[in-house]
Design a protein around this ligand. Sequence first.
Ligand SMILES: [Zn+2]
Length: 208
Amino acid sequence: MEETHEHLEARAAQLISAGSLFHGRGWMPATSGSLSARLDDHHMVITASGHHKGDLDQNDLMLVDLDGHVLSTGKQPAAETFLHIILYRRSADIGAVIHTHSVPAMVLSRVVVEAGLTLAGDDVLKALPGCTTHHDSVTLPIFPNDGNIPQLAAQVDDHMNRHPDTPGYLIEGHGLYTWGRDVTEARHHVEAFEFLLDCELQRRRFDP
Ligand SMILES: [Zn+2]
């Protein structure tokens, strides 16, 4: 990237590393998924559209402001960019957002008929905000897979106005969004959710 911006290259390097890790685990097949990190009050760095997440380099990331303007010349934003932006606009405590497309997230978000999927009874819950023991639980809301991204973003925003402690959400038949104060914390949340979703999927095979 040509832009000079404090933290830009360091944040980009963290996102490249996370993309490689999560692609390797099958959570970002091919060009799916997206990763971003906040740079300051008005800017973020995010994966550009159409790049393989297992093989990202600095040129596959772009600088975008929180009004949605692309500041990296010649880069194409993914449609999902706005779903990242609305989270950064909500809270200065959100410093990174990661979107994965795993098999458990895909399958569970289609078969769960309720408006949310509650994950409970596992020690890994302690990696998530608001959970201190395996007796706690966390509910991921599930939103319809709406190709109209501003409409979908408005639903997410509305839900989070009512439930500000929501740590992530699922899009039906699509995948997971979660976030953290920085890339490291967002990575932990992805790993915890993906583990819990995998356990939940396997549990339902035995006890549908
Ligand atoms: Zn997606």
